[in-house]
Ligand binder design. Structure first.
Ligand code: FAD
Length: 530
């Protein structure tokens, strides 16, 4: 296979059409389509591919109403279809309405620019150009509502929230937010324009755009967000209590942790928690699972496995917070491992040490899983993998705060010791094999080798985790009550978010400050620990 076909891969959140799937996908589809016919030898197409992927990522949740696809006209297999669709220049953007017939060859977009905001607006316009009968079934109403329709809703009880977005007539924010909520239940979003005086007067709207929220209990108020940006509105509405991502039973991504996590057949009582804190109970539960279940499935450790295990114990002994029982246990374990001249150790010996000896000296590891910040709304969701991420983020921040902690250990010369031990642990022991492969690929492509400072290590891990969140949003391992998305959300860190050229952007400096605080000792709660 030639390298050129790799301009887009299965990892990208768009549909790669082939000679066999093109017609079937575009004909009588329940959603509209925006297709980029490109050529993998065209320099401009290569340069543009980054923008197209960013666009597809940005409107991933609009699928169902409108999908984004690509078709490579440089592939010999595809020559005939490109001719049939009248493609003369690359790239050519064509859109297809929902329920298009087999003879439909699409409409060319000849817009002035191909920047993300323009193309996104084109997508909204495409949807609005459908007649009522043609409209994709899943596409919500994008038209403006007026005071006559909306005012009677005030003071009514309902089984859902209604969010009114009041904006300038030419603004696209309201329609973009409506589409961003397409995959969510529990909230209906309507837009209205600022020239509707009765509405603006009754609601007391002063600034635009504004979200006015009608609660299920019939009260209503204008919502405050730090910035009046699409991302802030969308995040806020998605995080309302009871608003959930709709579950797709046909999702192709299976929860790889089902086995590891269905530890409780009956749900334990819910533990209230604060999303702005990190819970020691999660970290200890993760270590309990890691030492007593995950590692224990290996009868003995030798070679690479043994080295990884030793390094993990060292990392925990030196960086785990608090100087309490966990640190004492790791120190003892670490000394014991260093004193052993063995090439191979039976894992039972580790278990004995953890379970028995430790009890005698009062140094022990909690012996059950008690998820708090990592509680899932159903068995098999969140839990261990959630707490494992949390643990490694916290270790990376601890290392930034204590730059000399790893001196005189096998890890002292490493520029990214936390990530490298994590990588080796995930690859060698983590029960989800697919996760290990993905993480390793990421470490190679977004080069870990280039990390030079503890701050860069903290940020690399944050970045990778967000890429995983992005990939898994809406999949079966996404807990509808705790939907994955770009993290931290504005509710945890408003200053972390900005918009650049119409696209959501993180302010990395603010994110770093936030992470250093969030995963610091001061932010660690010991509630629910024994
Ligand atoms: P998680 O994603 O587990 O996050 C845990 C907590 O970390 C969050 O609650 C939040 O407080 C915080 N957080 C979230 N994002 C960030 C961030 N960017 N930076 C810092 N803190 C953050 N599952 C798959 O289905 N496929 C995979 O390929 C896959 N790969 C994985 C690779 C690794 C290394 C790990 C540890 C897990 C992987 N998983 C994978 C599991 C998946 O990422 C989640 O851990 C799991 O689905 C539970 O998700 P969650 O919603 O509880 O939050």
């Amino acid at each position: 296979e030639c390298a050129a076909t790799r301009l887009y891969t299965e990892q990208d959140p768009l549909v790669i059409l082939t000679k066999d799937s093109l017609r079937a996908t575009l004909t009588d589809s329940s959603s509209a389509w925006l297709v980029q016919f490109y050529s993998s030898w065209c320099g401009h197409c290569i340069q543009y591919s980054g923008t197209w992927k960013a666009l597809a990522r940005d409107v991933k949740d609009w699928q169902g109403a409108i999908g984004v696809a690509v078709f490579d006209c440089a592939l010999e297999d595809n020559f005939d279809l490109c001719r049939d669709y009248g493609i003369k220049f690359y790239p050519t953007f064509k859109y297809f309405k929902a329920h298009s017939g087999a003879a439909e060859r699409g409409t060319i977009y000849r817009g002035g620019d191909r920047e993300i905001p323009s193309v996104r607006q084109l997508m909204v316009n495409i949807l609005q150009n459908h007649t009522r009968e043609e409209r994709p079934e899943q596409c919500p109403e994008l038209r403006t509502y007026n005071s006559v329709e909306l005012l009677p809703l005030l003071g009514l009880r309902s089984d859902h929230y209604t969010a009114l977005i009041i904006e300038e007539p030419q603004s696209y924010t309201g329609r973009e937010v409506i589409l961003d909520l397409l995959q969510y239940s529990g909230v209906v979003v309507r837009r209205a324009v600022s020239s509707d005086r009765p509405l603006v007067d009754v609601l007391g709207i002063k600034e635009l755009p504004t979200v006015h929220l009608l609660q299920p209990n019939s009260s209503h108020h204008t919502v405050h967000t730090e910035k009046r940006l699409r991302f802030f509105f969308t995040s806020l509405l998605r995080s309302l209590p009871g608003v959930q991502r709709k579950i797709h039973t046909n999702s192709s991504v299976l929860n790889p942790h089902k086995g590891a996590l269905s530890d409780q057949s009956t749900q334990p009582p819910w533990r209230d928690f604060d999303r702005s804190l990190v819970y020691a109970a999660d970290l200890e539960s993760a270590l309990h699972y890691l030492f007593r279940v995950e590692l224990a499935s290996h009868r003995s450790l030798e070679g690479e496995e043994l080295r990884t295990f030793k390094d993990l114990v060292t990392l925990l002994a030196k960086l785990y917070p608090g100087g309490g029982a966990v640190v004492k246990l790791m120190e003892t374990l670490s000394d014991w491992l260093l004193s052993l001249p063995l090439q191979k150790i039976p894992y039972q010996a580790v278990l004995d040490l953890v379970d028995n000896k430790m009890k005698i000296s009062g140094v022990f590891l909690g012996s059950q899983m008690r998820w708090v910040g990592c509680q899932g709304s159903a068995p098999g969701l969140r839990g261990y993998p959630c707490a494992l991420w949390t643990l490694f983020h916290l270790l990376s921040v601890r290392r930034q705060a204590a730059p000399f902690a790893l001196q005189h250990t096998a890890l002292e010369a490493e520029a990214a010791p936390v990530i490298n031990v994590m990588r080796r642990y995930i690859r060698t022991f983590f029960g989800c094999e697919e996760c290990g492969k993905n993480f390793e690929e990421a470490a190679l492509s977004d080069s870990v080798a280039e990390i030079k400072s503890p701050e860069e290590e903290v940020m690399w891990l944050w970045d990778q985790h967000n890429q995983v969140n992005d990939r898994l949003a809406g999949s079966l391992s996404d807990d509808p009550r705790f939907p994955k998305g770009a993290w931290p959300p504005p509710s945890l860190c408003a200053s972390c978010h900005d918009e650049e050229r119409g696209l959501h952007a993180f302010n990395r400096q603010q994110v770093l400050q936030f992470l250093l605080h969030h995963y610091s000792d001061a932010n660690l709660s010991h509630k629910y620990t024994v």
